[in-house]
Design a binder for this molecule. Structure first.
Ligand code: KIV
Ligand code: ZN
Length: 521
């Protein structure tokens, strides 16, 4: 009987810490619902003390989502742990996840303390958390650069204090698979009470080893892995959920372990994360990349026709990649649309259905066939359009040509006021974004990254623009897809501007309340 590995999804917390990936409240709820459909065991919904917005999202997710445990992150400090409990206590299966750095550099440089003092903080934090909540997880941040004997003492002490899960993070993505195997094996051999807790790992991908390290830890006995959808996260990201899950499913012979994940929901979840964060999945990404199941070479295609197993180790349908991607045409009614959206993980409130349907009809009229990818885009556009206090793009116009300086004009609306502005640039996109910068009064805004790709196939495919903007140390990503790539680029740019403005507003609201910036973790 294979062991069942607990999948702890941290897309909403660590994934959301990726520069520019931040999701608004409704996006987080949307994704939490989809993670429940994917059947993850634990959703780490956020870091409640980091901002009032994070607190509200964790609380709302705990209140609404049934099935997975809902965890909130807290430093090993009373104010963090109490705030975390305030947010997660509303759920049927709450978890407090508390942590403190244990490596020499964290203990001495970051905290200016001794190992014994940090160990006491860890134990005090876990003891307080256990007095509030039945399910407590402790993480020894930067564990893989922590002195092994000290790590052993910390693990033993926090289990003694009541932690049910002890996480061994490779915070900076420094470990190798064999080091990971040896560390987890060492803990199993040297911590006397280790059988009283689940040992977990949490790997970052700085050396591209996060999935390999997670699998090595499972082989050594770890019972939980922390991961994110599409591997998004700080810097190079976290271990990718779909890669770990499909490695276990496909190579059960190697691991004698599996997960509870409903793998047929993997593609939907991956697309939703990409849509909501604006982080495009690279085409050659394992499991969820556009080419992951595409066989280009003639010799491969020939083999596949004779027997799929010649070149295919997983079936596309097992990860939810079905042939019937085009589903809805211009005559599909609201009912058909709603039920397709539900299959993709979107629950649309009755009062929002008209907005969504109007957008669907507009796309269906122009494209005749609407693909699942288009529906993800429509949902993102509709939710942006329903946010009242952000800038809306009413109109965009460009004039360009040989020997002409490109000129862009935009008409924007906010709270009932409209503003018209022109801009100039090296090309039409540059000119339009210049016009937007002038209109919103953010002249110092820089374009850090820009890409366009076509989603779906054929001449009527939507062009999707992804733009990363930077203002000082802050970054945000905006994405949009339209038949006209200039319009899509303008809207993507405005979405990024809106994300920055919303974040600033949330920060101002939270200024009264003392708390850490989550990006310092
Ligand atoms: O990378 C890390 O160490 C973390 C911890 C807070 C678990 O994200
Ligand atoms: Zn992390």
């Amino acid at each position: 009987m294979p062991r069942t590995i607990t999948i702890f999804d941290t897309t909403l917390r660590d994934g959301e810490q990726a520069p520019g990936a931040s999701m608004d409240h409704s996006a987080k709820i949307q994704l939490a619902r989809q993670l429940a459909r994917l059947n993850v065991d634990v959703i780490e919904a956020g870091f409640p003390i980091s901002s009032p917005e994070d607190f509200e999202s964790v609380k709302a997710i705990a209140q609404e989502i049934d099935g997975p445990s809902i965890a909130g992150l807290a430093r090993a400090l009373p104010k963090d742990i109490e705030r975390c409990w305030e947010a997660v206590q509303h759920g049927s299966k709450p978890r407090i996840h508390t942590f403190i750095g244990t490596s020499k550099v964290h203990v001495e440089k970051r905290f200016g303390k001794t190992e014994a003092e940090v160990l006491k903080m860890a134990v005090d934090g876990v003891t307080l958390a256990c007095s509030l909540c039945d399910d407590v997880e402790f993480s020894a941040e930067d564990a893989m650069r922590t002195r092994l004997e000290y790590l052993r003492d910390v693990v033993e002490a926090v289990i003694e204090a009541g932690a049910k899960t002890v996480n061994i993070p490779d915070t900076v993505g420094y470990a190798t698979p064999w080091q990971m195997y040896e560390t987890i094996s060492y803990l199993f051999e040297n911590v006397p009470n280790i059988g009283e807790a689940v040992i977990s790992v949490h790997n970052h991908d700085d050396l591209g080893l996060s999935v390999a390290n997670s699998l090595a830890a499972i082989r050594a006995g770890a019972g939980q892995v922390e991961c994110t959808v599409n591997g998004i996260g700080e810097r190079a990201g976290n271990a990718s959920l779909e890669e770990i899950v499909m490695a276990l499913r496909t190579r059960g012979d190697e691991f004698d372990a599996d997960t509870n994940i409903n793998t047929e929901e993997i593609m939907n979840t991956s697309r939703m994360v990409s849509t909501l964060t604006g982080f495009v999945v690279q085409p050659n990404k394992a499991i969820v990349g556009a080419n992951a199941f595409a066989h280009e070479a003639g010799i491969h295609q020939h083999g596949m026709i004779q027997d799929r197993q010649t070149y295919e180790i997983m079936r596309p349908e097992d990860v939810g990649l079905t042939e019937s991607v085009f589903t809805l045409g211009p005559r599909s009614g609201k009912h058909g649309l709603r039920s397709r959206l539900e299959k993709l993980g979107y629950a649309v409130a009755d009062e929002d259905m008209n907005e969504v349907y109007e957008r669907f009809v507009a796309v269906a009229d122009r494209k005749k066939r609407v693909y699942d990818e288009d529906l993800h885009v429509i949902m993102r556009q509709a939710s942006t359009a329903m946010m009242a206090e952000v800038w809306h793009l009413e109109r965009v116009q460009v004039a360009t040509g040989t020997n002409l300086e490109p000129m862009g004009l935009v008409v924007l609306r906010r709270n009932g006021d409209t503003i018209t502005q022109v801009g100039h640039g090296n090309g039409p996109v540059d000119a339009v974004t210049d016009a937007i910068r002038n209109a919103v009064g953010m002249p110092e805004l820089e374009m850090a990254d820009y890409s366009v790709r076509s989603i779906t196939k054929g001449q009527d495919a939507l062009g999707e623009a992804t733009i990363r903007v930077r203002m000082g140390a802050e970054e945000a990503v905006g994405q949009d897809a339209k038949l006209d790539v200039i319009e899509a680029s303008a809207q993507a740019y405005l979405n990024a501007v809106n994300a920055l403005l919303m974040r600033e507003r949330t920060r101002q609201q939270g200024e009264a309340q003392e708390g850490p910036d989550k990006h310092v973790l």
